[in-house]
Design a protein around this ligand. Structure first.
Ligand SMILES: [Zn+2]
Length: 256
């Protein structure tokens, strides 16, 4: 039996049109430029990026890598030494404790500071494994899987959440987690990476779509192409854990 299409499902045209319009304004994302990194590197990067800017968290990550040649060395460091290395990124005590807890758990369970075994697991199992770590939520996991593991994921950060609601792609009252469940199940795999990257960039540069309207974080580059695409507010309830959500499938990897 065929089910009717949910009212909030963004049509392929809308999503692909939005991707194309944003790419024309901001430039097409270059997937090939994504550096291959270890999953543990990606995880630590996302922990360091919490509550700070990309540039600052990048500095904290590089400082950490410079101070300690291996993750084993981070784990065995004197108390305070890791905090000192990442202090530039803020919340150093909390972030250092979370990194240490992850490394301790990995050594206890697998006798190594490594997460590469996750590459062999299906999406659903990867999510279960990563969300066990304190401070690692669905957005962090989706980012690690998209940027670090080349899986088809659609992370919903504050920009994606806000703009998706404005476009009527998710119900106006959807939480960020509900918006993620809703969009991750509906945005076509082929569009996920580009659309995520472009919506984040657009949210930082567009005066209309900025978190504080009229005050984008970065220099604006042109007229907002999404204004014409705005739909009336959607009334459908988001469906966290809906049966439409795809089960994790082995081998769902992006071609890089
Ligand atoms: Zn805009």
């Amino acid at each position: 039996m065929r089910r009717s299409q949910p009212a909030c499902k963004p049509t392929t045209v809308k999503r692909e049109a939005a991707r194309d319009a944003l790419a024309a304004l901001h430039g097409a994302p270059d997937v090939a430029s994504v550096t291959q990194r270890s999953i543990l590197d990606s995880l630590v990067r996302t922990i360091l990026s919490q509550n700070t800017t990309d540039a600052t968290s990048q500095r904290a990550f590089l400082a950490l890598k410079q101070a300690f040649p291996t993750w084993e060395a981070v784990r065995e460091a004197q108390p305070g030494a890791v905090e000192a290395a990442i202090r530039v990124g803020g919340l150093a005590d909390i972030k250092a404790a979370r990194i240490r807890a992850i490394l301790d758990m990995l050594v206890a369970e697998r006798a190594a500071c490594c997460l590469e075994h996750l590459r062999e697991l299906p999406d659903a199992e990867v999510k279960l494994q990563l969300t066990r770590f304190k401070g690692v939520g669905p957005k962090t996991v989706a980012c690690i899987m998209m940027f670090g593991m080349q899986r088809y994921e659609f992370p919903v950060d504050t920009h994606v959440w806000r703009i998706s609601k404005a476009l009527g792609w998710v119900p106006a009252r959807a939480t960020r987690e509900q918006a993620y469940q809703h969009l991750n199940a509906r945005v076509p795999d082929a569009v996920k990476y580009d659309l995520h990257v472009l919506l984040v960039e657009h949210g930082k540069r567009c005066p209309r779509c900025a978190k504080i309207p009229g005050r984008p974080r970065k220099e604006p580059v042109g007229e907002c192409p999404l204004v014409r695409a705005r739909a009336p507010p959607c009334v459908e309830k988001a469906e966290p854990g809906s049966p439409e959500a795809k089960p994790g499938g082995r081998g769902k990897r992006r071609a890089m």
